[in-house]
Design a binder for this molecule. Structure first.
Ligand code: COA
Length: 364
């Protein structure tokens, strides 16, 4: 029988990792040895990064990274002028002069310095881009603030406690997630022995796509268009009849509801000035209707809410502008990319799969 290509690489392990595990059948996510429910909103982002990298003292060094990047903003040329935040982040990260790492060697302290700086810098760049979009100058970071707090302050100009807690829970929720597309892209780049920033640029470019990290903005657009729970069924039916995908629904791995959706709902519930009740009711109604309609159309393929669905509601509730949603995903996920780059460097070989040739062959 002909060996057909698996175009999505589903079901194929391409690495051994100690960073995270996604159990799609049970709907469980383990990050650095803990269930995601025990981390998000319970352990601060910087500490989770420390667990992923297996080092201490992360918080201060993230702060130093934010400050370092702030001082470089004036040297980035027009990188932060892009109207799309992911384009801006890609350009800003591409601007760094990174050293080529030693392959396969023990992890040097200098590598940790570099990744923590990159994680800190990502928050500064995204916040500075977001303010520039609003016609405002960048604000100065402070290493004395936590990462989520400073990011929120740098973006909004204020950082209320309750919103900081919810944003921190979000950043932890999305910090790492198995061999997702952007992590894979970063690992493929790292496997060639290239530098950290080249691998991160690969991650940013991959996360930008609407099938990966680009969904939360469109989820909110959908809620805005639907407006009332009673209108959900008709709107969704029309979208599906037109062959459109419902953003925030479905997942490559999960066959049950994405556990991160529940974690984000919990964080939303803990927000003091949370989303208005109607907004959350609308989101839940749309989710229910979408799940029902998708089940009728795809009885063999469970399509349920993924992390992006409640990401949209949470990031709106903490006061971030819609255009900053996907870049904010990168502010958290960059830590996962960095941990995977280090893991790939220390244990990995060149990732180089094959393609089945189906084109013409020379005659004779
Ligand atoms: N809305 C409508 N139909 C969907 C759907 C969605 N959100 N997700 C999957 N489907 C349908 C596909 O059209 C396909 O139908 P077909 O067999 O009739 O062609 C079937 O379900 C299987 O989809 P497939 O593309 O094989 O799934 P995948 O594993 O490649 O895709 C996603 C996973 C996440 C890319 C997909 O569910 C999707 O596009 N979701 C919307 C975007 C989104 O929320 N992304 C964030 C992910 S965290």
């Amino acid at each position: 029988m002909e060996n057909k290509s698996k175009s999505g690489l589903e079901g194929i392990n391409v690495a051994d990792t100690r960073l995270s595990e996604v159990d799609g059948a049970a709907g469980r996510l383990i990050v650095a040895g803990s269930a995601i429910e025990d981390l998000a909103g319970r352990v601060e982002f910087a500490q989770v990064v420390g667990r992923l990298l297996q080092i201490h003292g992360v918080e201060v060094r993230l702060g130093e990274g934010r400050l370092w990047a702030h001082e470089r903003i004036s040297r980035l040329g027009d990188a932060l002028d892009r109207s799309d935040g992911m384009d801006a982040l890609r350009a800003a990260l591409a601007h760094q002069n990174a050293q080529l790492p030693a392959l396969g060697g023990p992890r040097a302290e200098v590598e940790f310095d570099e990744v923590l700086r990159a994680i800190g810098a990502t928050a500064t760049y995204v916040a500075a881009w977001s303010r520039r979009q609003a016609g405002q100058p960048p604000l100065a970071p402070s290493a004395a603030r936590g990462h989520a707090e400073d990011y929120l302050y740098l973006t909004r100009g204020e950082a209320p406690d309750s919103a900081v807690r919810a944003l921190d829970a979000y950043l932890v929720t999305i910090v790492d997630h198995g061999m997702n597309a952007s992590t894979f892209a970063a690992r493929v780049a790292a496997s060639t022995g290239t530098d950290l920033y080249s691998a991160l640029v690969a991650g940013v470019g991959t996360l930008k796509g609407p099938l990966h990290g680009g969904a939360p903005g469109p989820v909110l657009d959908m809620l805005d268009q639907i407006k009332r729970p009673e209108a959900a069924e008709a709107w969704l039916t029309e979208a599906l009849d037109a062959g459109r995908r419902i953003m925030g629904m479905g997942h490559r791995i999960y066959r049950v509801r994405d556990p991160r959706a529940a974690v984000l709902e919990r964080a939303l519930g803990e927000l003091e000035r949370g989303p208005s009740r109607p907004r959350l009711q609308l989101a839940r109604a749309v989710e229910q209707q979408a799940e029902r309609l998708l089940a009728a159309r795809h009885p063999d393929r469970p399509l349920k809410a993924n992390v992006e669905f409640y990401t949209a509601v949470l990031l709106e509730a903490v006061g971030l502008p819609r255009r900053a949603f996907t870049p904010t995903f990168a502010v958290g996920r960059v830590a996962g990319w960095c941990a995977h780059v280090l893991e790939q460097r220390s244990t990995g070989r060149l990732i180089r799969p094959e393609a089945r040739y189906v084109g013409d062959r020379p005659q004779g």
